[in-house]
Ligand binder design. Structure first.
Ligand SMILES: [Cu+2]
Length: 89
């Protein structure tokens, strides 16, 4: 499990439903077009357990659906790998 600084709000607005995928939302900075979205989607899709990636360069939102709770660090690292930076939304 990831450890969060005490100064941050609890990171989960995750809907815990055992019958459906877990969804995590992140805020990505630096994306300017559809190609940026594609880069982020490709990298994040490679994380084991990821089922769906929704990303918008207009809002900077990144919504990751997965079969189990992902490590935030894995998603943030994938976004960094794509060339952008993200924070947990
Ligand atoms: Cu772009």
């Amino acid at each position: 499990m990831a450890v969060y600084p005490a100064s941050l709000e609890a990171p989960h607005d995750v809907t815990e439903n055992p019958m459906s995928a877990t969804t995590s939302t992140f805020q990505v900075t630096g994306m300017t077009c559809g190609h940026c979205e594609m880069s982020v989607r490709e990298e994040v899709s490679e994380i084991p357990g990821v089922q769906n990636v929704d990303v918008s360069h207009e809002t900077g939102s990144l919504v990751v659906s997965s079969e189990h709770q992902l490590e935030d660090a894995a998603v943030l690292a994938a976004v960094t790998e794509a060339g952008y930076s993200a924070t947990r939304a």
